[in-house]
Write a protein that binds this ligand. Structure first.
Ligand SMILES: [Zn+2]
Length: 172
């Protein structure tokens, strides 16, 4: 039995339910029914504007955004669903931190809800480095459905891998 690598942190009974959906070949259809809306954030410029708009709405006082890009080399799981680096520069004797946000390019073609979820995740890291209680409070402040979306994103990534392994193209 293949391990469900995206769901490793979830209870055994939840994983068993997911295995059942996969065995019945229902996971893809279930996700496609629930998440119907694509998004129009196609390139890095549009991604920057999208992140900036969410930041303006919820985290106006955080440090200014640095670079914001889609990254085709980023592995979602390895980098804890995205990556976030602080680049410190000395400018005129003051240390200034700027934030770079890289979003795995799998999100370019993912449903709109999952892009929002991952951007919320990365923005929350501008204030909280760890995945702790304060971090998740920030996430749910920006997106009340955050926990459900993160779980469903893990299902979505699981489904993409199953399709890739089967040599199928994702259903359009
Ligand atoms: Zn994280």
């Amino acid at each position: 039995m293949q391990p469900l690598k995206y769901l490793g942190g979830y209870p055994p009974q939840v994983q068993a339910q997911v295995r059942e959906l996969i065995a019945q070949d229902r996971l893809g259809a279930l996700l496609a029914t629930k998440y119907r809306d694509p998004h129009a954030v196609r390139n890095d410029g549009q991604l920057y504007a999208y992140v900036q708009a969410l930041k303006d709405r919820h985290m106006r006082k955080a440090a200014p955004l640095g670079k914001v890009i889609y990254d085709g080399k980023l592995q979602v799981l390895k980098h804890a669903l995205g990556t976030h680096t602080t680049i410190s520069r000395v400018q005129g004797g003051r240390l200034r931190a700027s934030r770079e946000i890289r979003i795995a390019s799998v999100f370019r073609d993912a449903p709109a809800e999952f892009l929002k979820m991952i951007v919320v995740h990365e923005l929350a890291h501008m204030k909280e480095a760890e995945h702790n209680k304060a971090f998740y409070q920030l996430c749910t402040h920006m997106e009340p459905d955050y926990h459900q979306l993160e779980f469903d994103l893990r299902l979505y990534l699981t489904q993409l891998e199953l399709q890739a392994r089967a040599g199928d193209l994702p259903a359009s």
